[in-house]
Write a protein that binds this ligand. Structure first.
Ligand code: SPV
Ligand code: MN
Length: 622
């Protein structure tokens, strides 16, 4: 080990940890760990290897530090984040911008030197009295073209425990490859009251794009503290841009068609808009629910789940609608519940299909019905963004190819947002470019609780990935457009909308109907059903949906329902085109010209149809 690091590390590491670090022959890694220790001043540094002993050690530490508490069922624990730390915090998540680099006005940036000084100032001495853990992971399957090495340094056993469930082990990979282009994450809990941040105003998540490194401090919420999740996605988007692949906010799943056919789809939905529940639709198989990398391999679009677990929203998980998850959450096995209500050692969450206790412990501390916070706002029994963390291995619907080093071949991409009044439940684009632009780049969605801020506001949400973009938006769209160059068979592109409402606010489609849309898309991939060309894409035929509703859900599906759901709302669609085009014209200097062309062509088709058929056009009149 190089001399300058040796002194710092020898002082803090026991012999085993030192040997483990030295076994990775990469001076950048040694420098990173030494710098973190020197800056944060932990009492001890523990370097973790792959394997059960260290996993068990971390589980124990999370209980000893009080970051997690045991629940009644074996393997179940609960973790609470601070009252103001219940979701990703966009405002304080920033790119450190080196001189001369611009990421466009859609991305939150801060000048690099000032940002580094600020965040390192908050980190200085922040681990006194604690142990600093050094943990190694692999994003994507190991020994695969998708593999990406990451090292997480943190003083939170909860963070490491979560990552043990959510990611593949990476220590052996580091030993084999050295760091080779690895990502580094430094998280410190900061000053605490109990187990949550004492200084929420000093919460910072700063992404150093020059160094492939992220700093996070004074936060516990997983989406802010776990480097491997959305912070790694940001770095991966930059790496993908450099290397010619894609890093997306997408689930991956196998949809099961006729004669045992399995067709793989990837789908981008904003947070809390049905991504996990789509990937978990009964009868299908899940590869992943949140982040996927895409590579062209052998002339095919292939993709891999970056993760090995689920950090899922627990609100609304019910025995009847989500039998697979329900079972995992109610049987012994390793589960971390976060920000639920706990009463008598049992976790309770919103909309679980059971009446909740009138008191217990939640993210506000001891809680009782009617408890109000400092602003006089009533505190719900559990937070809407309460979550469960589990390994995918605990799911009985796990797709057998989930760990395939070559990924799975993707035949369809699905874009979906929370849209109460504009788009129809399912449609297929005319081609890749039309889909990427009018369904992906033009995606809008109403905001949810997954991000701190107001809910229900319609926002621009390209590819459901805007929150994580780390390159200028136009460039990212261009990468998506060009991804299929040279592919023998580009995936088909679809758009879905589960959130259409009537004027009185009631839902137009049923919660479980997505199972039918998936089967229809699967049949379209193989050319097994016809479709009706409309102004915004190809629509399903009533007869095909009717058959599928009967077969998949044993439900009738009337022509009246079909007409209500699939009527093209021309004024709403035109207004959306105006909004989206306005954003690209005003804010996105590097918008590829195809975007304007595709939006204009869509406008022309809608206007032409309006001239002959009026504002609202039934699919039967197309
Ligand atoms: C999301 O919000 O999209 C999530 C959870 O998947 S988080 O880790 O907060 O990003
Ligand atoms: Mn997500």
């Amino acid at each position: 080990m190089d001399q300058p690091y040796a002194a710092v590390l020898k002082d803090k590491l026991d012999a085993e940890s030192l040997a483990r670090l030295e076994a990775i022959r990469d001076p950048r890694l040694h420098a990173f760990v030494a710098d973190a220790a020197d800056l944060c001043r932990p009492d001890a540094v523990r370097v973790l290897a792959d394997g059960d002993a260290d996993r068990e050690y971390i589980r124990r530490r999370a209980l000893e530090t009080g970051e997690e508490a045991a629940l009644a069922l074996p393997g179940h624990t609960v973790h609470f984040d601070g009252y103001q730390d219940q979701g990703r915090d966009k405002e304080v998540t920033r790119y450190l911008l080196p001189q001369g680099v611009s990421l466009g006005p859609n991305l939150n940036c801060t000048e690099r030197d000032a940002g580094l000084a600020e965040v390192r100032g908050f980190l200085a001495g922040s681990m006194r009295g604690r142990t600093m853990y050094v943990a190694f992971f692999c994003l994507g399957p190991t020994l695969s073209p998708f593999s990406l090495s990451c090292v997480q340094v943190t003083d939170s056993a909860y963070v490491v425990h979560s990552e043990h469930l959510l990611y593949r082990p990476g220590y052996e990979q580091f030993k084999r490859l050295g760091g080779a282009g690895f990502f580094r994450f430094l998280h410190s809990s900061g000053k605490l009251v109990g187990t949550v941040s004492a200084q929420p105003d000093k919460k910072r998540i700063y992404i150093d794009i020059l160094e492939d490194m992220v700093y996070s401090v004074n936060t516990q919420y997983g989406g802010n503290s776990m480097g491997l999740k959305k912070l790694a996605l940001r770095l991966a988007i930059r790496k993908a841009d450099r290397e010619g692949w894609l890093a997306e906010h997408m689930f991956v799943m196998g949809v099961h068609g006729p004669r045992k056919r399995v067709t793989y789809f990837a789908g981008a939905f904003p947070s809390a808009c049905g991504k996990t529940s789509t990937a978990m639709v009964p009868g299908e198989t899940i590869v992943g629910d949140d982040i996927a990398y895409f590579r062209p391999i052998g002339g095919e679009a292939r993709c891999a789940n970056v993760e090995a677990g689920i950090f899922g929203i627990i609100q609304g998980v019910r025995e009847k609608d989500d039998p697979v998850i329900w079972k995992v959450l109610t049987m012994p096995g390793e589960v971390i519940f976060s920000n639920v209500l706990v009463k008598d050692g049992r976790p309770w969450w919103l909309d679980m299909g059971h009446e909740l206790p009138a008191d217990g412990v939640n993210f506000s501390g001891p809680w009782h019905d009617g408890k109000i916070d400092k602003q006089g706002v009533e505190i719900p029994p559990a937070h809407k963004n309460a979550r469960y963390t589990i390994a995918l291995a605990s799911l009985r619907n796990l797709d057998p190819r989930f760990d395939d080093p070559q990924g799975v071949p993707v035949r369809g991409i699905i874009y979906g947002g929370r849209d109460s009044d504009t788009s129809i439940p399912v449609q297929q684009s005319f081609d890749w470019t039309h889909g990427v632009i009018t369904m992906g780049a033009a995606l809008e969605s109403e905001t949810t609780f997954a991000v701190i801020g107001a809910e229900g506001v319609r926002v621009f949400c390209p590819m459901s990935n805007l929150d994580f973009l780390a390159i200028p938006l136009g460039r990212y769209i261009d990468n998506n457009l060009r991804f299929v160059e040279g592919l023998k068979r580009p995936p088909l592109v679809f758009a879905v909308n589960y959130f259409q409402r009537r004027k009185d606010g009631s839902w137009v489609t049923g919660m479980g109907d997505k199972a039918v849309w998936l089967k229809w898309m699967e049949l379209r991939v193989h050319g097994d059903v016809r479709a009706i060309p409309g102004p915004t894409g190809h629509l399903p035929l009533h007869a095909d949906l009717k058959k599928l509703f009967k077969k998949v859900l044993a439900k009738p599906y009337t022509e009246k329902q079909y007409v209500e759901q699939f009527t093209i709302r021309i004024p709403e669609n035109l207004a959306k085109l105006d909004r989206v085009e306005g954003i690209y014209r005003q804010d996105v200097a590097d918008t590829p010209p195809q975007v304007f062309e595709a939006l204009a062509a869509q406008r022309d088709r809608l206007q032409l149809l309006r001239t002959s058929k009026g504002d609202y056009v039934s699919p039967l009149d197309l």
